[in-house]
Design a protein around this ligand. Structure first.
Ligand code: ATP
Ligand code: MG
Length: 876
């Protein structure tokens, strides 16, 4: 058996089966296509299911693949057993009603023993206990002695998933030797230990099960095999576990380099090292297949892998972000087999770094919270972490449940996962309820609407509509007439747009010959348009004929902003890439706000380019067309669905030339030229990985220009220049002048302080070997007094100075002693304590410098005069 690299093993396998008439297909994405029953592809056969069930015709009846797989069910074994990863590659050969056991088993044998040269005596097949046919092929055709063929029961060797195609399987185990064994007398193929390692499983889909225990022979029998590439390499390369094979070892070594924890020394560190090695592989491949971190579904799997890796990094003592760097190694090691990794390298790293940064900022706090929770549970003699605590860790610190479970398990505790899930569900329901609410519109009001039909919306085409009042609601009650105050009016038809899809509701008036109501806002609920009104005059009754007229100027402004929102999204995708997706939008008469997924702040060039693209589309005068069609037709038109909206079977596609196509129920200009002009006002971050652009159009641009012009005018006036073009020059020269003046002022005040110090030194009184200055400096600033003290000390080391300053009735003393004075026994702190005590104050400080507060300002003179005597008493 010759050491063979992973790359060669993969190639040898695929070309071997090509030589047996198989069509080689590239790995499918980890994200299943058109299969809602599966979160992630977990086996080579999973993306081919439709060929097995006969739903679709395969490109050939023999296919071979090397398929990327994810098995989150194995996550607890990762790092502990030699053979489990969450991410791995599965080699497989498949027959769709073509060859069967007679071919599959001998080919598997030929590949392992002839092509790879595995010693026959180390290979142990297993068969399903009732499958004599397979047993005979192994025994008679291949010649394996009967005692080396293990018959296993349904749990191990019968592949079945509810009803449908199913059948027995035959596994091939490799004996890695006693040193990997558990030592139990009944250790044999099928044992959970790592001695007999299952490398290949051949499934014979022979029956169709009705799910009730009845199995009918299939007319067309299939073959579905799966061999873990990493496990095969583990055997062929004679290494301890799948993380030590050539394609993975460099990643593992990189983890070791980051942690500094030598591999093979301490079991728990080795486990963490392997877990990180595994999880970063899964992370990179998931992101390259378009999964992004979130709290649900596949996004949650990804988040869980990353956060778990980070937590294990903590266990290894890695205290800086490290996943992004590791991802580089994963990409380098797998780029040849999976070029998409290299193509998407920068994107993959961005996604990881954003998530890592986000989690790193809370993980330490979360981990210490977790250990205090654990300590708490233990102190109370319990052994279960309450679901509430697990939920708080999730909600506040972003800890996936399994991280809490992991941590608790290490401390011998379990977690109340049921309660956790219950709380999750409640939180989701609360969020949903909050979204469904219409502000200012209570549940009671909603019941007042029962039995009222949907309102016909006429506002795509007209601003004014003749209508009939179908209902009136005030104070949560249905009424037959209104004469004053606030009320909600429901009409049979209306041009008013009810707030939806990020577009605000219209304003306007509703009038009849008897009354006039102002519509302040419009909402929509279950197809009923709600006009939130104030009665201005007269009386309005149900059944009245009215004219409903929206504020046309406002609507025009809203339209311009909404249309620019579509142009903006299309432009962003062109400038930043296809990963840009809408994450929310808001459009009113003043502006457009657009949130989108992107992982970095936009550069000024990108912003400029985006703005130019939008304006280009505006100036080209693209016709805006709307089409109602089926969802499928909309997809064919390339329409992008707006985030978070539910669509019925019939959707509305808004197209702007070939520049943009989106599903949208909002109101738009009929030609992009009517948007006028578009300007981006700001670009900022709203959440990790989500950016926000705010922009204005039409009159909004004029207003913005006016505002900026005014600013320029005011600046010119303040700077006293006539020509705005002179503003920058004037500002620069003023700043220069200012700093010159400041420098001059500083040198002048230094000179002044020096003069003052000299004057004071002249007034110094000799006291023993030192000289004392006392002075009442009145309202002088504390800073100035301090630097004066410093100057005095520098000029004469024998000096002792005590100053009083006071303003607004507050009294302070400061004292300094030069180095010689201190040596002679003077102590500024003690001196000041005694001096300020005379005024009723207190304080002190170091021997060379001190400050204190005083009380009685009238006693300043007395206190300063006492300094000499106090000082005398101190001197040696
Ligand atoms: P085990 O019992 O060892 O977990 P399995 O019965 O789950 O294996 P199958 O579902 O038969 O394995 O998958 C087919 C092949 O895929 C296995 O023979 C093995 O080589 C490989 N495989 C399965 N699970 C993993 C995993 N978590 N990591 C790496 N390879 C795996
Ligand atoms: Mg398994």
């Amino acid at each position: 058996m010759k050491w063979t690299s992973v790359t060669d093993l993969r190639e040898k396998y695929l070309s071997f089966f090509e030589s047996k008439g198989h069509l080689r297909l590239p790995s499918f994405s980890l994200v299943p296509e058109g299969d809602k029953s599966l979160l992630l592809i977990n086996a080579g056969m999973a993306p081919l299911k439709k060929y097995f069930t006969g739903e679709a015709e395969p490109p050939r009846h023999r296919v071979t693949t090397c398929q990327k797989c994810m098995r989150m069910l194995d996550i607890d074994s990762v790092g502990i057993t030699a053979r489990h990863g969450t991410f791995f590659e599965m080699l497989g050969n498949f027959s769709f009603g073509d060859y069967y056991k007679k071919e599959a088993i001998p080919w598997a044998w030929e590949f392992l023993t002839d092509v790879l040269g595995m010693p026959a005596e180390l290979l142990y097949p297993s068969v399903y206990e009732e499958d004599d046919e397979a047993f005979d092929i192994w025994n008679k055709t291949i010649g394996i002695p009967a005692e080396r063929i293990t018959r296993l029961g349904k749990a191990d060797n019968f592949w079945e998933h509810g009803s449908g195609p199913c059948g027995p399987c035959s596994e091939i185990y490799f004996d890695r030797g006693e040193k990997y064994g558990c030592g139990k007398p009944d250790c044999r193929p099928g044992c959970d230990c790592d001695r007999f390692m299952e490398i290949w499983n051949n499934v014979f889909t022979q029956f169709n099960s009705d799910g009730k225990g009845n199995y009918a022979e299939l007319a067309k029998k299939n073959i579905d095999t799966g061999m873990g590439l990493e496990r095969l390499a583990c055997v062929m390369q004679g290494v301890d576990n799948m993380f030590e094979i050539d394609s993975i070892r460099k990643i593992l070594d990189h983890v070791v380099a980051l942690s500094g924890k030598e591999y093979g020394k301490e079991h728990k560190y080795d486990v963490s090292t392997r877990v990180i090695t595994d999880h970063i592989r899964g992370t990179v491949f998931l992101i390259s297949d378009g999964v992004s971190p979130s709290n649900e579904g596949r996004g949650y799997v990804l988040r869980r892998l990353m956060r778990r890796a980070i937590a294990h990094g903590k266990l290894l003592g890695i205290d800086k972000p490290f996943l992004t760097e590791l991802a580089g190694t994963v990409i380098a090691e797998n780029g040849a087999g999976y070029p998409e990794l290299v193509e998407k390298e920068s994107f993959i790293k961005k996604v990881i770094s954003v998530e890592e940064e986000r989690f790193n900022s809370t993980i330490d706090a979360g981990l210490s919270k977790l250990s205090s929770i654990i300590a708490d549970v233990k102190a109370k003699g319990g052994d279960v972490v309450p679901g509430e605590d697990a939920f708080r860790l999730y909600d506040t610190f972003g800890f996936p449940l399994d991280m809490t479970v992991d941590g608790a398990k290490d401390a011998g505790l379990s977690v109340d996962a049921d309660r956790f899930r219950e709380l999750m569900k409640e939180q989701k329901e609360r969020a949903r309820a909050a979204r469904g609410n219409i502000s200012g519109w209570s549940a009671a009001s909603m019941t007042a609407l029962e039995g009222i039909g949907k309102t016909e919306f006429t506002g795509y085409g007209e601003y004014e509509t003749e209508a009939t009042v179908s209902a009136l609601v005030t104070d949560d009650e249905s009424v037959s007439s209104v004469t004053e105050g606030a009320c909600t009016v429901i009409l049979d038809r209306s041009p008013f747009y009810g707030e939806m899809g990020g577009q605000v509701g219209d304003c306007g008036v509703i009038e009849s010959k008897d009354c006039r109501l102002v519509v302040n806002d419009t909402k929509i609920k279950d197809g009923i348009i709600l006009h939130l009104c104030t009665v201005e005059s007269g009386i309005l009754k149900t059944g009245d004929k009215v004219t409903a007229r929206i504020d046309g100027d406002l609507r025009d402004a809203i339209k311009r902003n909404h249309s620019s929102c579509h142009l903006l999204q299309a432009a962003l995708r062109r400038v930043l890439g296809d990963h840009v997706g809408q994450a929310g939008s808001y459009v009113d008469g003043d502006r457009v706000r657009f949130d989108f997924t992107h992982f970095a702040a936009m550069t000024p060039e990108e912003i400029e380019k985006t703005e130019a693209l939008v304006n280009g589309a505006i100036l080209s005068g693209l016709p805006v067309t709307t089409t109602e069609c089926s969802q499928d037709e909309a997809k064919k038109m390339g329409a992008m669905a707006l985030f978070g909206e539910k669509y019925g079977d019939v959707v509305r596609v808004v197209k702007m030339g070939d520049f943009s196509a989106e599903l949208c129920g909002g109101t738009h200009v009929d030609n992009t030229a009517r948007v006028g002009l578009f300007r981006i006002v700001s670009e900022s971050s709203v959440a990790a990985g989500v950016r926000r652009i705010e922009g204005v159009t039409g009159f909004g641009v004029l207003a913005l220009m006016k505002e900026r012009e005014d600013l320029i005018k005011e600046s010119a006036a303040a700077l006293k220049v006539n020509n705005p073009a002179d503003i920058p020059g004037r500002a620069v020269s003023l700043l220069h002048e200012l700093s010159e003046t400041r420098r001059e002022a500083e040198s002048l005040s230094a000179k002044l302080a020096g003069g003052k110090a000299d004057g004071l030194l002249g007034s110094a009184v000799p006291v023993g070997a030192v000289k004392l200055i006392t002075a009442d400096l009145g309202g002088e600033k504390m800073d100035a007094v301090r630097s004066l003290g410093d100057t005095l000390r520098d000029k004469d080391p024998k000096i002792v100075a005590v100053f009083a300053i006071h303003s607004d009735g507050k009294l302070n003393f400061t004292a300094v002693c030069g180095a010689d004075a201190v040596a002679a026994g003077a102590h500024a702190g003690n001196l000041l304590r005694a001096v300020s005590a005379i005024t009723g104050g207190r304080g002190g400080g170091r021997p060379d410098s001190a400050a204190s507060g005083g009380q009685d300002i009238s006693k300043i003179g007395e206190a300063l005069a006492a300094a000499e005597g106090i000082l005398k008493g101190m001197l040696k």
